[in-house]
Design a protein around this ligand. Structure first.
Ligand code: SF4
Length: 189
C-alpha cells in the first residue's frame, strides 16, 4: 500500500474523512495530548508510512505536535531515532509492514492506551457517544454498535466506511491501509 499524493498539512482532513476509526482515534489523541505512546508509535507510525507519508513529512508532523509539550531537543532525543527506525533508516534497516486488522484487534490495550481496534476496545456506551459526535444518526450508530457487541469488529468497521462514504467498501475491511486507499481513491478519482 502506498501512493504519493499525501499532503502532510492535511492530516486532520485525512483523519476525519479517510482514516478508519483506529487511526482517527490515535490522530485525534495525538492532537489533544501531544504525545503518542509506544504501541501507537508503531501501529500509527507504520500506517502513516503505508499511506505514503514520507520520512521528512513524518518528522515534521511528529515534531510539530510533540514540541507543543516538550523542547525541541527532548523531542529529537526521545523520538528522532524511533522515526528513523520506523522508516528502516537505522537498526536492522527492516522495511516494516503496516499492521493488519487481525494484529491490531489482538493487541493488549490497557487503560489510557489508544492503540488497538476501538470497535473491540471501547465499551458500547463510549462507542455510541463517539459515533454520535462524529455525526452518525441513531440507526447507523445502533447497527455499528451491534456488530461490535457481537465481536464482528471488521463488520463494524465496514459499516463505518459505508456510512462515511454513502457506499460500501469493495470487501470487508481487513487492513487499515486498505480502508485508507479505497476511501482516498474514491474521493480523488
Ligand atoms: Fe482499524 Fe481494522 Fe479495527 Fe477497522 S477493523 S478500526 S481498520 S483495526
Amino acid at each position: 500500500y502506498s501512493h504519493n499524493s499525501i499532503d502532510p498539512s492535511l492530516m486532520d482532513v485525512y483523519a476525519k474523512n479517510h482514516f478508519p476509526l483506529c487511526m482517527r482515534n490515535i490522530h485525534e489523541n495525538f492532537r489533544a495530548t501531544h504525545t503518542l505512546k509506544y504501541d501507537c508509535r508503531l501501529q500509527y507510525g507504520f500506517f502513516c508510512k503505508g499511506i505514503g507519508l514520507s520520512y521528512e513529512d513524518c518528522v515534521k508532523y511528529w515534531r510539530d505536535e510533540f514540541t507543543k509539550a516538550m523542547e525541541h531537543r527532548e523531542f529529537q532525543k526521545k523520538y528522532g531515532y524511533t522515526i528513523k527506525h520506523n522508516y528502516g533508516k537505522v537498526g536492522g534497516k527492516i522495511n516494516y509492514i503496516p499492521f493488519n486488522c487481525t494484529k491490531i484487534i489482538s493487541a493488549n490495550v490497557g487503560i489510557g492506551q489508544q492503540h488497538g481496534c476501538p470497535f473491540k476496545v471501547w465499551d458500547n456506551g463510549y462507542l455510541k457517544q463517539k459515533l454520535t459526535e462524529y455525526g452518525f444518526g441513531p440507526q447507523v450508530v445502533t447497527e455499528i454498535v451491534n456488530h461490535a457487541k457481537e465481536g464482528n469488529y471488521q463488520m463494524a468497521c465496514s459499516a463505518y466506511f459505508e456510512y462515511m462514504h454513502g457506499r460500501p467498501s469493495k470487501e470487508v475491511i481487513n487492513h487499515p491501509n486498505q480502508y485508507f486507499e479505497e476511501s482516498f481513491n474514491y474521493e480523488h478519482e
